[in-house]
Design a protein around this ligand. Structure first.
Ligand code: 3PG
Length: 411
């Protein structure tokens, strides 16, 4: 039986014809053997030689290991390994992030990055609105968007939710959203919530303040577009989807369906199951790239340092993947969320810049002056960061910010 080598070290393929993946590998094997095991398993091989593999198949479809640097390997997959079906993330993931994670010979393997050739990027449409579209809707061209997550994440009635949103808008916030676990529970039916929140937003608009609220439509795949259509009819101006629990296909179905005419806010709950371990799983960078391809208009990327969630090793890359111009799509609004309060806003803008949405749940609802006071404090913190004035300085004549800094400190 002929044997085949997947090693092509130092011979990078034409990136316009290959999907290029970077994997971090921990193994007792040599890196060459580990890399070959991945390339074989994910393309034309398996754990043993097979009589059914011939030279033609191997040459045209076999993955190539083109780089090994320390614990990082580069594997390049021919574009022909991927489905010609339009934009199939499930099949892409089965190739670049499939069986390899279970290979017993590898102690750990983490997909750190991926880049796609034009033949694949052209199958996707990207965001309909993107960061610029969201800014246009809100009439806020430059300042960071500033938002809240209605808290408690479950429990408020539709009326109380709408009251929270109205108070948040009165305090100056541009965005609010359902939390990831709220969809359509008996204490807060989605139809009643959407209608009540839409009324609150209309009142704010009549008072001269533009604000949007993302209604979470995360549900089973065969119902999500229909639910999104319904919430639009009930008055939603933005929808939210939990991309990891619903799947990339859910974002794509919503973004590509012509009946969906509102931006999609993408929450990443559950990502920590595979992004947190620095030596195993999938980094946020490939996830971010896929969300942009699939059409998410805004995506949670963490707080880039401070905050309640542990920081990912490659957060900076996520930001670039949202806003970079190296792909043929509109940009995605990066959303910094998770333990945010006014005291860390300037830390966030210092790392992320101003083209960002900063949002706080506890950091608004936990303010001693309630939601209005918390919203004012967050808005003031964003204004201070935008003006380049230290929060402590700005707080001298902004009472709500002063109270927030006294309560939670600053970074
Ligand atoms: C999120 O959706 O990011 C979290 O629910 C944020 O909540 P927090 O601001 O209270 O941490």
């Amino acid at each position: 039986m002929e044997s085949y080598s997947y090693l092509h070290l130092g011979e990078p393929e034409d990136p316009s014809e290959y999907v290029v993946c970077k994997y971090r590998v921990t193994t007792d094997l040599t890196m060459e053997k580990a890399a070959e095991a991945i390339a074989a398993e994910q393309s034309t091989g398996t754990w043993t030689g097979i009589s059914t593999l011939d030279r033609d198949i191997f040459d045209s479809l076999g993955a190539r290991v083109t780089g090994i640097e320390g614990d990082m390997i580069t594997v390049e997959y021919p574009a022909e390994d991927f489905s010609i079906e339009v934009g199939s993330v499930p099949q892409i993931l089965s190739v670049i992030a499939g069986n390899l994670f279970g290979l017993g010979a590898l102690k750990g393997v983490r997909l750190e990055d991926v880049s796609f050739p034009k033949s694949i990027t052209s199958q996707f449409k990207g965001p309909k609105f993107g960061a610029d579209g969201l800014r246009e809707i809100l009439g806020r061209p430059e300042k960071p968007l500033v938002g809240t997550i209605v808290k408690p994440k479950i429990g408020l009635s539709p009326e109380k939710t709408a009251e929270y949103v109205y108070e948040a808008g009165s305090g100056g916030l541009t965005n609010s959203k359902d939390d990831e676990t709220l969809v359509d529970q008996p204490f807060c039916p989605i139809d009643e919530r959407t209608v009540a929140v839409a009324e609150a937003l209309d009142t704010l608009e009549e008072e001269g303040h533009l604000m949007v609220h993302a209604i979470n439509v995360s549900t089973r795949g065969d119902r999500i577009v229909e639910l999104a259509e319904q919430v639009q009819e009930w008055g939603a101006k933005q929808i939210m989807v939990d991309v990891i629990t619903c799947g990339f296909g859910a974002v794509q179905a919503l973004a590509e369906d012509p009946s969906i005419k509102v931006p999609i806010h993408v929450h990443r709950t559950m990502h920590g199951a595979f992004t947190k371990d620095p030596l195993h799983g999938i980094a946020m960078l490939p996830i971010t790239k896929l969300v942009r391809m699939c059409g998410g208009d805004a995506l949670h990327i963490g707080t880039l340092g401070a905050g309640k969630m542990s920081a990912g090793a490659h957060d900076g890359g996520n930001l670039a993947a949202c806003l970079g111009d190296d792909v043929p799509y509109k940009t995605v609004m990066p959303v910094c969320s998770g333990g945010v309060h006014p005291g860390i806003v300037s830390d966030i803008t210092g790392r992320a810049g101003m083209n960002v949405q900063i949002q706080a749940g506890g950091g608004v609802a936990g303010h001693p002056d309630g939601v209005v006071g918390g919203a004012k404090a967050m808005s003031q913190a964003v204004d201070a960061a935008f003006l380049g004035i230290p929060a402590e300085e700005y707080a001298k004549d902004h009472e709500e910010l002063a109270k927030a800094l006294a309560m939670w400190g600053s970074k």
